[in-house]
Design a protein around this ligand. Structure first.
Ligand SMILES: [Zn+2]
Length: 174
């Protein structure tokens, strides 16, 4: 019976145990950590050193059981890596006018461009009434959820649907 094979009792003083960290591209590295949260903290730092595109990644750690990492008992955490995209300039040197027209962004009639992303996060899509570019936002997870997943904002170029809507808006504003 090795200490690694026992289930840690949270009331005990934690003793470091061995974990295997695994990246989304299946690289692994061993660490020692007292708790799954500590191991995930290390894994998060380890992943942040990688050259990832901006976005969410799953950090994963598996405790060693009987000398092998046990991925049935692994713990995961969603983190955000990479550098955020700068907001692209609007076409007429104006500020973007972000709106949620149902016919462009879809979703519910009463709440267009808004989706639940699972967990406590909300995904929203908006479109600029001037240039037709899209802004996609995934909200921060709600307070109380540990760990917090930060907000992610990405932008994409105008397409046929958004350009048609911008043209309609320009006409109806006159
Ligand atoms: Zn714009």
């Amino acid at each position: 019976m090795t200490p690694d094979a026992t289930t840690p009792d949270p009331t005990d003083t934690p003793t470091p145990r061995r974990w295997e960290m695994r990246s989304p591209d299946r690289e692994t590295e061993d660490i020692l950590a007292d708790t799954a949260q500590d191991a995930l903290d290390e894994c998060e730092e380890w992943l942040r050193d990688g050259a990832w595109d901006y976005g969410y990644l799953d950090a994963e750690v598996a405790p060693y059981v009987d000398g092998e990492p046990d991925y049935d008992a692994s713990e995961m955490r969603e983190i955000i890596v990479g550098d955020p995209e700068p907001e692209p300039d609007c076409d007429d040197n104006d500020d973007h006018d972000w709106q949620s027209p149902h016919k462009v962004v879809g979703g519910l009639d009463s709440n267009p461009g808004v989706w639940s992303r699972g967990g406590s996060q909300i995904a929203t899509q908006e479109v600029c009434a001037h240039c037709g570019r899209y802004r996609d936002t995934v909200s921060e997870s709600t307070p109380g959820q540990h760990p917090r997943t930060p907000e992610r904002v990405t932008y994409s170029e105008a397409d046929e649907a958004s350009r048609a809507w911008v043209a309609d808006e320009a006409v109806s504003d006159e």
